[in-house]
Design a protein around this ligand. Structure first.
Ligand SMILES: Nc1ncnc2c1ncn2[C@@H]1O[C@H](COP(=O)(O)OP(=O)(O)OP(=O)(O)O)[C@@H](O)[C@H]1O
Ligand SMILES: [Mg+2]
Length: 588
């Protein structure tokens, strides 16, 4: 079994790569905490020594070693110390946060980059089954959860434990019986509030889920609005959104009053616990030797202990949600990748075109259900070959395989004699350009859609547009090449989008071109003009054309006929037309 890439162990290993920063950050955090940990003792001691005449030795120490003064002087002195300590502690804790935040953000950045790298190489088969929303949410929300875990582990846990220990020692030193009572009951009170907050968190999650459901149903409805209206199904689809809105309302009401009730309830328990501690402390003053000043100190430490106790109790929840988030992130790593092939030679270098030989190729999307069976074809260097066949016969599947989109296990494809098994997929795609029937455009400028970010001279772009019969279209675009084409190229017609894809191919200047019904949306005249203009450009390239239109394939030198994934015949157009008219019967 492959080793998992996201577990608590791997996170800690990643953390260890920042060992130095983690150590420095923790030292600063401990300093910041201990600078203020003594503060709750100072004022109560003054109360005892200055107001109640009970000696703890503090004033004696100050007057012997520092200075002597009256009550006012000592109070201001202690106040000044407290303020300085608080300022120092605040500055240190800002520094500490900066260190910890940059560690956790660096780790999560690395995780995101690693995931993106994995996604970049994902196999097309996996991609087709992928729920894009789920993947993006893993990259955002789950990584954030992990970020929370890392930052709370490294920045809070050690300090929380130390602060709690320190407070426990001070309390035990002041009054051990009372300290034991507090040390047992305080965590129970905090545990109760944490549990309450958790159950409310669960309700909030349900509400968020309801929001998500409502949002996705509505988005889908609006995205397919055209279709829905055409099918006269507005009532049905909007009713679904309404149902989701209703569920959302119920969850929101549930969360709304229960969260308020639970907050009030948990603060009731917390404050009651606090009052009980105070009452018990007063009893301790009355019936034992606890001084009033130290009683006040105990009150302060009660507050000091709440934060760290909460952090420690909460840690198990942070840990379990980080584990769950890691599990979800891991499912991205489990997605199959394209095979990484080591390449020994590149058959494309220095060539205008290459020959492709398909040998006994069989392929299935799902096991045992062959879509292509024992296909053998030969595309001579620089030849113009067509593939025809009824809808569903496997033409698109074959063209996808020729550019390495789907791995296959039976048969072989030789690119100028070099086997697909020894050729990098990126090399194949760099040199063989597949133009799809429904090309996807980016919601970006026309220029970007043509160049996909690569630099071409204006002249080259203009030439490509000219060959692709897009001159007229460009003239009508208000900002020319800088015009945004809209979502999925909505501002362009289907045939215009196909021509943009062809212009893109012209710019990339491949050695083999596969047209998979790439001109199906064009009228016959435009198509004839387009292929006329393309003639020179394609002259010395290997060209494979898949089309349902007789006019498109008539000029081919050779034609293969596919039926249910099997090559049933081949020959020149003339031979085939003479032999069996039925091959072309469905063509126009
Ligand atoms: N991604 C996929 N997963 C599973 N089955 C698929 C997938 N793509 C296509 N098929 C199936 O493979 C068969 C061949 O489809 P293909 O798209 O290759 O046919 P085609 O000859 O290009 O048809 P058309 O002329 O309609 O474009 C069909 O039965 C189809 O249902
Ligand atoms: Mg097809």
């Amino acid at each position: 079994m492959p080793t998992k890439k996201c577990t608590i162990k791997t996170l800690l290993e990643q953390l260890l790569m920042y060992k130095r920063e983690v150590v420095i950050g923790n030292i600063i955090a401990i300093l910041a905490t201990f600078l203020v940990a003594l503060i709750p003792l100072l004022i109560p001691i003054l109360v005892d020594e200055l107001l109640l005449g009970k000696d703890h030795g503090f004033i004696t120490f100050v007057s012997q070693h520092l200075f002597t003064s009256d009550t006012k002087g000592y109070v201001f002195f202690v106040l000044a110390i407290i303020i300085v300590l608080r300022i120092l502690s605040t500055l240190l804790s800002i520094l500490q946060t900066k260190i910890f935040v940059s560690i956790s953000k660096n780790i999560t950045y690395d995780m995101r980059v690693a995931l993106l790298e994995h996604l970049k190489r994902i196999s097309l088969k996996e991609f087709e089954m992928m729920r894009v929303g789920a993947v993006t949410s893993k990259l955002v929300t789950d990584i954030e959860t992990i970020d929370g875990f890392i930052s709370s582990t490294i920045s809070k846990l050690i300090v929380a434990v130390l602060l709690l220990l320190f407070s426990a020692v001070v309390l035990l030193g002041i009054h051990w019986q009372l300290a034991i009572f507090i040390l047992i009951t305080n965590p129970l009170v905090v545990l109760f509030t944490v549990k309450m907050a958790r159950s409310i968190g669960e309700l909030k999650k349900q509400e968020n889920k309801a929001v998500e459901m409502f949002q996705s149903t509505l988005t889908e409805t609006l995205e397919l609005f055209h279709q829905i209206r055409a099918a006269n199904k507005e009532d049905y689809f909007f009713k679904q959104s309404k149902q989701k809105a209703e569920a959302l309302k119920e969850h929101a009401v549930n969360y709304g009053y229960k969260s308020d009730a639970s907050q009030k309830f948990s603060s009731l328990v917390f404050l009651t616990g606090y009052e009980i501690f105070r009452a018990v402390s007063i009893l301790a003053v009355a019936y034992s030797d606890l001084s009033v000043g130290l009683m006040l100190a105990i009150f302060s430490y009660l507050w000091v202990m709440v934060g760290p106790t909460h952090d420690i109790i909460n840690f198990q929840y942070v840990l379990s949600s980080a584990k769950a988030a890691c599990g979800r992130v891991e499912s991205i790593y489990e997605m199959e990748q394209e095979p990484q092939i080591t390449q020994s030679s590149d058959p494309f270098t220095g060539k205008h075109a290459i020959a492709i030989e398909v040998k006994n190729l069989s392929f299935a999307y799902l096991e045992n259900k062959d879509i292509l069976t024992n296909i053998s074809m030969y595309f001579e260097e620089g030849s113009k070959v067509a593939i025809v066949g009824a809808s569903g016969s496997g033409k698109t599947t074959l063209s996808n395989i020729l550019v390495g989109f789907y791995p296959f296990h039976t048969g072989e494809i030789l690119y100028d004699g070099v086997s697909n098994k020894t050729l990098k997929l990126s090399t194949i795609r760099e040199n063989i350009h597949l133009i799809l029937q429904h090309p996807k455009l980016f919601n970006d400028t026309m220029r970007f859609n043509l160049t996909l970010g690569k630099h071409y001279s204006d002249e080259a772009v203009k030439n490509a547009l000219h060959i692709a019969q897009l001159d007229d279209v460009m003239e009508r675009l208000d900002l020319g090449l800088d015009t945004l084409v809209g979502k999925d190229g909505i501002k362009l017609s289907g045939g215009q989008r196909q021509r943009v894809a062809i212009a893109r191919m012209i710019l990339s200047d491949p050695k083999v071109v596969i047209f998979d019904e790439s001109t199906s949306a064009l009228d016959v005249h435009t198509e004839v003009r387009l292929f006329g203009a393309l003639q020179d450009f394609l002259a010395d390239k290997t060209v494979i054309t898949i089309a349902h239109r007789l006019s498109t394939i008539k000029s081919a030198e050779h034609i293969y006929v596919l039926e249910d994934g099997v090559v049933v015949d081949s020959g020149t157009p003339k031979e085939l037309l003479e032999k069996d008219q039925s091959y072309f019967s469905s063509m126009v």
